[in-house]
Design a protein. Structure first.
Length: 361
């Protein structure tokens, strides 16, 4: 079998690594950069995602296609869909690419989310700030990830903020005074069944995921998050891994923040922390295979290595600590690698996490 992936970053790399040899699957990735991380395990076509020759090659040589990056043009996915099955489908990706469509989907289906308002011009912004107050955030509708294209209002003028966001369609969102943030990773099979990982607790710095701890044990919230996930995958006819990020507010209620129509950074720990990683589960789901019940191997934590790679030898890593270097050039706010820690004892896991955090972040 051959699987095409639009995007050749670390997520594509881990998909190809986890499933390539094991299931005799060949991966072809399309990526506009030189030697993206996935080139370690996959054949790479250096091209824009919309390049007609690259898409023709995927359509001719691959059985199915998927993505490692949700901001690929949906026209590319729609084009591919004429020839081969694409998971997730272009409609799902389109919804997740646009914060307004995503939030509208939540609201129309009674899924609690943050209070928001669409902004199309400076005047909209001025009026919305009057209503929401300075404790709110302007986010561009598109191309917002890792804290990009987000501005906290505070006491800035609407004119400055509108210019800073680039005068593009946006949403203004109430700032949530949350207890914590969690994500739910679920995988929906072609047969319609869905399997879930336990909720993961996520800690961000400057809008970028800094570290995650799993499992976040709260049976009631787990059940609620799973119900929301099933509701959404049914609505958008989804197959594969879908991740929903939530805030837990001060009343311990889930508020849906955003979705990722792909494997997710908060699920890297599943490689060593469970019997089937999110990467393998996604590939099995989109290839029409079944999966076993998901089981965790104790407690896990994942720390992102951002902007600068630490020297592995100086970290004193033990046998249950796994170091990943994506082979990227260092750049401010770029995710370059990660470390996963596994421990059967939660207290010991926190101690190891804290000592690593002191060195890394
Ligand atoms: P996002 O791209 O929407 O996931 O935002 C990245 C991170 O910024 C979130 O994970 C939060 O830590 C923070 N953030 C985003 N929106 C809000 C909000 N409405 N209230 C509080 N924090 C937020």
């Amino acid at each position: 079998m051959q699987i095409g992936i639009l995007g050749g970053g670390q997520l594509a790399m881990m998909m190809a690594e986890s499933a390539g040899k094991k299931y005799d699957i060949e991966f072809i990735v399309v990526d506009p950069t030189n030697n993206p991380p996935a080139s370690k395990y996959a054949r790479c076509i250096k091209a824009e995602y919309t390049d007609s020759k690259a898409l023709k090659l995927l359509a001719e040589e691959c059985d199915i296609a998927t993505i490692d990056f949700e901001n690929v043009s949906s026209s590319a996915l729609k084009h591919l869909e004429k020839y081969i099955p694409v998971f997730p489908n272009s409609k799902s990706v389109e919804i997740c690419q646009d914060r307004l469509s995503e939030k509208t989907l939540f609201v129309e289906n009674n899924i609690p989310t943050t209070k928001f308002c669409p902004i199309d011009c400076e005047n909209d912004l001025k009026n919305a700030i009057k209503e929401f107050g300075p404790d709110s955030i302007l986010k561009s509708r598109r191309l917002g990830y890792d804290g990009k294209n987000q501005i906290i209002i505070n006491n800035k003028t609407s004119k400055n903020i509108w210019n800073d966001i680039g005068c593009v369609p946006s949403i203004l969102e109430e700032k949530v005074d949350f207890l914590t943030e969690v994500s739910l990773i679920g995988v929906k099979l072609q047969s319609g069944e869905t399997y879930f990982y336990p909720l993961v607790e996520n800690f961000h710095r400057d809008g970028i995921l800094s570290y995650s701890i799993a499992p976040y044990e709260n049976l009631e919230l787990q059940k609620q998050a799973e119900t929301i996930h099933k509701q959404i995958t049914k609505l958008i006819n989804y197959v594969g891994v879908l991740v929903i990020e939530f805030f837990i507010n001060k009343d311990s209620q889930l508020l849906a923040n955003e979705m990722a129509p792909r494997v997710h950074n908060s699920g890297h720990w599943t490689i060593q922390g469970t019997n089937i990683s999110q990467f393998e589960a996604h590939i099995r789901a989109i290839s029409g295979m079944s999966i076993e019940n998901i089981q965790t191997n104790g407690h896990a934590a994942m720390i992102n290595l951002i902007s600068k790679m630490p020297k592995k030898d100086e970290l004193n890593l033990d046998a249950n600590t796994y170091f990943y270097d994506y082979g990227k050039n260092e750049r401010e706010k770029r995710k370059l690698g990660h470390i996963t820690i596994i421990d059967s004892n939660a207290q010991k896991l926190y101690e190891r996490l804290n000592s690593l955090k002191k060195i890394i972040t």
